[in-house]
Design a binder for this molecule. Structure first.
Ligand code: CMP
Length: 148
């Protein structure tokens, strides 16, 4: 029988396509909905954090602070993930993520998703690959910013 709530989750992110239905139901069960007004800070550069997020609605800016100045390095729209760098690689938050419009997010806390991720290694692979790719992009962006 179709599960309307599960259909809504599947429509929000391709992450769900990496799991079978029991896995999707497990992930859905641990997701927390979070809303932020424009300007609301979701994660702060330099802090520790063990949650990652999927954008359900709205847009957020990714800001990097250096020498007391902050610059926007990316924007995140519906369906995008963020927070995976600290949550999966165990690093501090690499950037500040701030709501640019009213946003609705799905929040996944690592202690609650780690068993699910262990059962579906492709989910971990996708998130770790994304984290490494963004880390590389940010290094390039920072070098261009500092040396050009
Ligand atoms: P994390 O380091 O946990 O917290 C800040 C988040 O911003 C980071 O995880 C990524 O999810 C996101 N982020 C960092 N750099 C980029 C980028 N270049 N493009 C998109 N998102 C990014």
């Amino acid at each position: 029988m179709p599960n309307p709530e599960l259909e809504k989750f599947r429509a929000q992110s391709r992450l769900f396509a990496l799991l079978d239905e029991p896995g999707q139901l497990r992930l859905m069960a641990v997701a927390k909905t979070e809303v932020h007004a424009p300007g609301g800070v979701v994660v702060t550069q330099g802090e520790t954090g063990d949650a990652f997020f999927i954008v359900s609605e709205g847009r957020l800016d990714v800001l990097v602070e250096e020498d007391g100045k902050s610059r926007t390095i990316a924007s995140l729209d519906r369906g995008a993930f963020f927070g995976e760098m600290a949550a999966l690689l165990g690093e501090t938050r690499s950037a500040t993520v701030k709501a640019a419009t009213p946003v609705t997010l799905m929040r996944f806390e690592m202690p609650k998703v780690k068993d699910i991720i262990a059962d579906y290694p492709t989910v971990r692979q996708v998130l770790v690959r994304l984290a490494l790719k963004r880390g590389e992009e940010n290094l390039t962006e920072q070098m261009q910013h500092d040396f050009t």
